[in-house]
Write a protein that binds this ligand. Sequence first.
Ligand code: CU
Length: 494
Amino acid sequence: MPQTKHVLPIFFILLLTVLLTGCYSIQREQVSIQATLSAMQDQMQGTGMGGDHAMGGTSSVPVSPAEVPDGPADVSYTLTTGTSGHNLVFIGVGGEIDGALNPTLVAQPGDIVEITLVNAEAVQHNLQIDDFGVDTGFLTSQGEEQTIKFVVDREGSFTYYCIVPGHQAAGMQGTLQVGSGDSASAATVVKHPADIPAPVGARGPQLVQAELVAQEVVGQLADGTTYPYFTFNGSVPGPFIRARVGDTVEITLRNETESAFVHSVDLHAATGPGGGGDVSQVQPGETKVFTFTALQPGIYVYHCATPSVPHHIASGMFGLILIEPAGGLPPVDREFYVMQSEIYTLEPFGTPGELTFSHEKMSNERPEYFVFNGAVGAMGLASEDFMLNANVGETVRIFMGVGGPNFTSSFHVIGEIFDRAYAFGSLTAPPLTDVQTISVPPGGAVMVEFRVDYPGHYVLVDHALSRLERGLVGILHVDGTANPNIFKEGPANP
Ligand SMILES: [Cu+2]
């Protein structure tokens, strides 16, 4: 059987390749993970790091060993080390945190907490929590594990992290939440839908500069519920960028020093490699600049393009860039900026406290939340603070985009009809007229226009209405005098 002799070695080579490269299917991602890991190893060797425990000297707060409590643990967690895209992470093992990246560990004041750290690779790691003086010591070999047990004597949010130089900055940090926390003080990330730059008008082509700042913020997702967002400039969606065809657009992307992840930006309005994503990968504290010419008008999505890309998008890193045609868009009375996305949390919809991103639910396309502008309607576009406002007789234009990362929106405004709908964000094709509901794909956008003729609340939805019960709702509030010729309660001729 001469064929088998050839087939078997090939099979084993393939198997070995798969084992060596793990489950990452994107070649570039493999390369960057390898590069990250070897950079970490070089860094460790360069700083003379061995397995010596005493060398964890870069901690801002020196760790004084805590007393190990007697008795069984009230809560116990297992974490393993790993990678996600360009980052190093802790990954939950078993129970509610299974598979979660840097999961939030929860305990109550007075609890005995037990954490087991398993080292997944032959790379040095530890886990420590300065506030409680706990430290696993360095794990250096693959499969090595260490368990620490300690008492949490006070409420609050505490950071667990790996002290090996560069590892915390590369992503190895998470939160130990003791007690209820203070989610009420978390920032809102909701972008006000009326926060849009002025129209370009009749001006000629010019240089347009936009500064984007990658900010990782814990923000309010729902009442009493927070989520670790990734944002451009602190809001979801990021800033609305407005230019015209022929403009030179200069994008500056800065990643905040406090960030744990690499970020980037891909603008669908840009023609060039990765829409800018290839040249804008920024480490924490780094800034990169690139420039493109706006060749084609339209309403375009931009988003972070750093692996795991859907994680960054689901966490809020997207926005819209409008390239107006020569001469500008026709004037309207009101313009609004609305974007839809999904949020994938380990905890079920409605769970209070700080939620944890679930990579598994994201991969399976099973979101817990659907949101307009980053938060559930009650905290966002259906609240007094963020609803869309107009007056009877005015013309309204909504730029509606889908960050996604996965779900197409069947965008509809209950009680209204779109006079004009610019499908797929094309501003050069003639608009559809008199449209009830329009499909907006992930990474796509639409411009819709209509006159508001009658006062009241008009509800923005995705007409896949199960999503309404998962947070996806906004309100257009119209003030003015009711016209019974358009609508009235009761029979036509009383
Ligand atoms: Cu990002």
